[in-house]
Structure formats: structure tokens, C-alpha cells
Design a protein around this ligand. Structure first.
Ligand SMILES: C[S@@+](CC[C@H](N)C(=O)[O-])C[C@H]1O[C@@H](n2cnc3c(N)ncnc32)[C@H](O)[C@@H]1O
Length: 233
């Protein structure tokens, strides 16, 4: 493991431990306030199935999986998350919201999780794959996600790409730390190739900009969110 990767991984762990310690699931004003709107929309389709199987990679404390379990009948949702604290909170949140029969937490690195072939009706990975250890490993995981999806099953992926963070005092660019920095062009090419036999219903690039405090500095954070939905035919 190189130093840049170790630093990025350490920052990912620390950021999420701190955030999940300070904010509760569905807390107003936090990014845990609401589930992903696209996932909620997709659930209208999945709702027609009896006992649907869902995989949530990098599930956190259950922002999406618990909301999914609340609206689907009899769903089985495998949640993969490597942070011990998040897994414990996910289990506690599932019990609190009465969906513990639907949520199965797997507390491990998603890069080691074995995805059963042709098994899932819906696989989601929201703001997580950029935390994998290399672009090649992201490719491998996407292939496993593709293989793990049933015919007519859906994949919903979201990535943060093209991070550009400027120190407001010095106007200089700050090198943020993420395990695998992604460029939207590379990812778009990869997704179009991998999903060439599927129906891609969304592949959008949405600019994101926020003034925030990063490592004690006032910064302008800019990135591009790549939102992706595809259905296996
Ligand atoms: C930005 S959060 C998003 C959480 C969740 N997907 C959501 O939308 O609320 C990313 C989550 O992925 C987890 N994570 C990052 N890399 C991971 C990996 N390699 N294996 C498992 N979980 C990972 C983090 O601990 C964190 O909980």
C-alpha cells in the first residue's frame, strides 16, 4: 500500500467515524436526512416483486437500505460496509425502524464481498466506489455487480468525480485525499463499455459546488456527480 492510498483511506475512515458519531440517521440538515431520490423512484418498480433481493455497497448507517426496506414487501437487503461503527448503527437503526428482518449487514470491505451471480433485483453503490483501492479494482467490482444482477434487474451507481478544491484565502488548489480520484470522462467510457448490452436509462454529469471547511480551511469545493442507472436485458 502506498503512502497516498494510506492517507486517503485514513481520511475516509476518520471522516465517516466522526460524521456518524455526530449525526443520526434521517437527521435534518445532514446528508443523512433523506434517502437517495433516484433509489426511491426505482423502488416503485421493484415493489411489484415479491421478496426482492437488493445489495447496498457501502451502506453506511442505512440511509438508503432502511428507507428501501420500509417501502418494499419482504425485501432481503444485503448491506456491505467496512466501518464497525456504521455496521452497529445500521443494525440499531434497522431495529429502531422495525425492518431488522429485511436488513442483513456484512461488516467487511466491499472489495472482498462475494456477489452471488444472477441474484439481485437491485444493486446500489452511492458515493462509495471512489473509495476502492484502484481504478482496476473498480472495474472488477462493476463486473461483479453486472454478473450479480438478474435479468431485468437494475444497477444504480453514483460517483463523485473531478474534485477541484480551492483554498479561499490563497486561491490555490488543495490536493484532497480520496483512494481513487476519478475523472468523469474515464468513468463514462468505462460504464458505456461495461454496460453495452444493458439499457442505460441515466448517465448524467451534474456539477456540484459548495463553500465548506476542509482540514480547517475555508474552501470552495467543486466536483461532478456522475449518476447512473441501467437495466439488464
Ligand atoms: C459517502 S458514504 C455513503 C453511505 C451510503 N451509501 C449513503 O448513501 O448514505 C460512503 C460509505 O462507504 C463506506 N465505505 C467506503 N469504502 C468502503 C469499502 N471499500 N468497503 C465497504 N464500505 C466502504 C464508508 O465507510 C461510508 O459509510
Amino acid at each position: 500500500m502506498n503512502t497516498a492510498f494510506k492517507e486517503a483511506r485514513s481520511q475516509t475512515l476518520n471522516y465517516h467515524i466522526d460524521y456518524y458519531s455526530k449525526h443520526e440517521l434521517f437527521e435534518g440538515g445532514s446528508w443523512l436526512e433523506k434517502p437517495d431520490a433516484i433509489v426511491m423512484e426505482l423502488c416503485k418498480e421493484i415493489k411489484k416483486l415479491d421478496a426482492p433481493k437488493i445489495l447496498d455497497l457501502g451502506a453506511g448507517v442505512g440511509r438508503n437500505s432502511i428507507a428501501i426496506a420500509q417501502i418494499l414487501n419482504n425485501a432481503q437487503i444485503d448491506c456491505v460496509e467496512f466501518l464497525d461503527l456504521a455496521c452497529k448503527k445500521l443494525d440499531a437503526n434497522a431495529a429502531k425502524h422495525g425492518v431488522q428482518n429485511s436488513i442483513i449487514s456484512h461488516c467487511l470491505d466491499l472489495e472482498t464481498f462475494v456477489i452471488r451471480k444472477n441474484y439481485y433485483d437491485l444493486i446500489i453503490a452511492i458515493s462509495v466506489l471512489e473509495h476502492c483501492s484502484s481504478f482496476a479494482n473498480i472495474e472488477t467490482i462493476i463486473q461483479k455487480v453486472i454478473d450479480g444482477t438478474k435479468t431485468k434487474g437494475i444497477n444504480r451507481l453514483e460517483f463523485t468525480t473531478n474534485r477541484n478544491v480551492i483554498d479561499q484565502d490563497t486561491n490555490q488548489k488543495i490536493n484532497t485525499k480520496v483512494e481513487t480520484p476519478l475523472q468523469s470522462d474515464d468513468l463514462e467510457t468505462l460504464l458505456k463499455e461495461k454496460y453495452k448490452n444493458w439499457v442505460i436509462t441515466k448517465l448524467s454529469l451534474e456539477p456540484y459546488k459548495e463553500n465548506l471547511l476542509y482540514e480547517g480551511k475555508e474552501v470552495i469545493w467543486q466536483s461532478i456527480q456522475l449518476n447512473f442507472i441501467a437495466q439488464k436485458i
